[in-house]
Design a protein around this ligand. Structure first.
Ligand SMILES: *Cc1c(COP(=O)(O)O)cnc(C)c1O
Length: 462
C-alpha cells in the first residue's frame, strides 16, 4: 500500500501541475476513444511502471472539472479539505449500515445531519441520511410520501391511483422516481411556472382539485430550490397550505441550491423551509465536495424508519437503531459520504460554508452585470440565481457550446426555458474569482471572432 500511495502521489502531482498550464484536457472524440487510450483488459497483468503510465495517460485525457474552464454542470472546482476527507473514507472503507462496522464514522454522519436539522430549526424528532445523489434522495422523498399516504402500500402494493405535482422546470428524476415507486410516470402533474421559472401555486391548487374530482389521490408536491436550468426557487409557504388542505407530503428538492441554508444573506430564498416534510440537497454541488454527497432530512424520523427499515439479524447485531444507520437507508452496504463534508465543515466552520455559498452568488452577480452591460448579449435568467442564461450575438447556443468543447476551449452547456435556447453559465466553482468569470466572456468572444464564418453560416441556416 505504501508504494502504491507513492504512485498516487506522482500521478496526482502530474495532473495538478498539468492543470495549471492546461485547464482543458485534450479532446478525445468518442469515435476514437478506444484507439487513443489503452483501455483493454487482458489475460496477463502489467508491471507497476506500465500501470503508472497507463493511468497517467488516462488522467491527462479526462475532462477537468476542477479548473476555471469548467462551467458545464452544477458541480465544479476542487475543495482540498473535502477531498482529504473523501480519500480517507476510501482508505478506511467502512460501510455505514451499523455501528459495529463504522464506529465513530456513524457519529460523523449523525453530527452532519443534526447540524443541518438545527439550521432548519427542526427538533430532535428530525433525522436524515445520505444517498448516492439527488435523484436518489428525491426517490426516497417519494417513497416517504407514498407510505405517508397509505402505510399498507409497502406490504400489498398500490391499488389506488396516486398523483404527484412538480413544476415544469423541476428535475427529470421526478418522473423516473414515479416509475420506480409504483406511482407511474403518467401520474406526475407538471405545474406551470411564472416568467421567472417558479411554480404557480394557484395553478397547482386547481390541478389538485381537478384530480380529486376525478377520483385520484394527490399524495405529494415536489418543490425545487434552484431549478436545474434557471436556478429559480419555488415558494414554500403558500404550497404548504395547499398540502395541508389535502393531507399531502411536501418535499423540497434543493439538490442544486439548497445549500443557501448556510448563508444569512441568501437563506431567505428557502423561506418556510421548516414547514416542509422532507428536504434534500447536494453538498457536491454548491458546497463543492467530491461527488456524491447528497443528504435528505425529514422533519419526523418515524417516516424514515417506517419506509426504509427492515429486520436482518445477520446484519443488525449490536447497538440501538439510533446508531445503526442502515435502518433509515435506501441501501445495504453504503459508502461513507459524510466524512468529506464533515472534514470540510470542521476545517472552515459554518462561516466558511457561508463564504463558499456567498462567493458563488457574487460570481453570478459579476457575470450578470457583464451580460447586462454588453449589447451583444441577451439575458434570460434572473437575479439571485447562480445560473446565468444568455445568448451572444444571436448565435445558436448549442452550436457555440459544442464547438467550444471540440476545440478544448471551455466546457459550458445550454438549456432552454419558454421555448428559447440559451447558454447556461454556472458559477458554482468557488475557487474561481472575478477575473475567471470575465475571462470566460473574453474567451467566448475571441472564439466567436475566430470562428465567425462557421458560426454565422449556422445562424443563417436556422
Ligand atoms: C442535480 C439535480 C438533481 C439530481 O442530483 P444528482 O446528484 O445528479 O442525482 C435533482 N434535482 C435538481 C434540482 C438538480 O439540480
Amino acid at each position: 500500500m505504501r508504494n502504491t500511495l507513492k504512485i498516487f502521489d506522482r500521478i496526482t502531482k502530474k495532473l495538478l501541475d498539468d492543470e495549471l498550464n492546461n485547464p482543458m484536457a485534450e479532446f478525445v472524440p468518442s469515435e476514437e476513444l478506444y484507439e487513443r487510450i489503452n483501455l483493454r483488459l487482458e489475460r496477463s497483468g502489467i508491471s507497476e511502471d506500465e500501470l503508472e503510465e497507463v493511468l497517467k495517460d488516462l488522467l491527462m485525457k479526462t475532462p477537468r472539472t476542477a479548473t476555471n474552464r469548467f462551467f458545464n454542470q452544477l458541480f465544479g472546482g476542487r475543495n482540498d479539505k473535502a477531498v482529504l476527507g473523501d480519500l480517507l473514507s476510501v482508505v478506511l472503507n467502512n460501510s455505514m449500515y451499523t455501528y459495529k462496522a463504522a464506529g465513530p464514522q456513524v457519529g460523523v454522519e449523525k453530527t452532519v445531519i443534526r447540524e443541518i436539522c438545527n439550521i432548519i430549526g427542526w427538533d430532535k424528532n428530525a433525522d436524515g441520511t445520505f444517498a448516492p445523489g439527488g435523484s436518489m434522495t428525491n426517490f426516497m422523498s417519494m417513497i416517504l410520501a407514498r407510505d405517508h399516504f397509505d402505510k399498507e402500500i409497502r406490504y400489498n402494493g398500490a391499488n389506488k391511483s396516486m398523483t404527484v405535482y412538480t413544476s415544469k422546470e423541476s428535475h427529470y428524476s421526478i418522473p423516473k422516481n414515479a416509475a420506480f415507486s409504483g406511482i407511474g410516470r403518467n401520474n406526475v402533474r407538471y405545474v406551470p411556472c411564472d416568467k421567472e421559472g417558479k411554480i404557480d401555486p394557484v395553478a397547482l391548487e386547481e390541478m389538485i382539485q381537478e384530480d380529486v374530482e376525478k377520483g385520484h389521490a394527490p399524495i405529494m408536491v415536489n418543490l425545487t430550490a434552484g431549478t436545474t436550468v434557471l436556478g429559480a426557487f419555488d415558494p414554500i409557504r403558500s404550497v404548504r397550505e395547499t398540502c395541508d388542505r389535502h393531507g399531502m407530503w411536501l418535499h423540497l428538492d434543493g439538490a442544486y441550491c439548497g445549500s443557501v441554508i448556510f448563508s444569512e444573506k441568501y437563506k431567505h430564498l428557502v423561506d418556510g423551509l421548516e414547514l416542509v416534510d422532507s428536504f434534500s440537497f447536494n453538498a457536491h454541488k454548491m458546497i463543492g465536495t467530491p461527488l456524491s454527497c447528497s443528504i435528505i432530512v425529514a422533519k419526523n424520523k418515524k417516516h424514515l424508519y417506517n419506509s426504509f427499515s427492515n429486520d436482518a439479524n445477520y446484519l443488525y447485531q449490536t447497538d440501538h437503531d439510533e446508531f445503526n444507520l442502515g435502518k433509515t437507508s435506501l441501501q445495504c452496504g453504503r459508502r461513507n459520504d459524510a466524512l468529506k463534508f464533515w472534514t470540510l465543515w470542521k476545517s472552515v466552520g459554518s462561516e466558511g460554508l457561508e463564504e463558499i455559498v456567498d462567493h458563488q452568488f457574487f460570481l453570478a452577480d459579476v457575470a450578470r452585470k457583464y451580460v447586462r452591460l454588453n449589447g451583444d448579449y441577451t439575458l434570460y435568467s434572473y437575479d439571485e440565481s447562480i445560473s446565468i442564461c444568455f445568448n451572444y450575438k444571436g448565435i445558436p447556443a448549442r452550436k457555440i457550446c459544442t464547438l467550444l468543447y471540440e476545440h478544448s476551449e471551455l466546457l459550458v452547456g445550454y438549456g432552454s426555458f419558454d421555448g428559447v435556447e440559451f447558454i447556461r453559465l454556472v458559477t458554482i466553482n468557488a475557487q474561481n474569482d472575478e477575473k475567471d468569470i470575465l475571462n470566460f466572456f473574453k474567451m467566448l468572444e475571441g472564439f466567436v471572432e475566430r470562428h465567425s464564418s462557421l458560426l454565422l453560416e449556422e445562424t443563417l441556416e436556422k
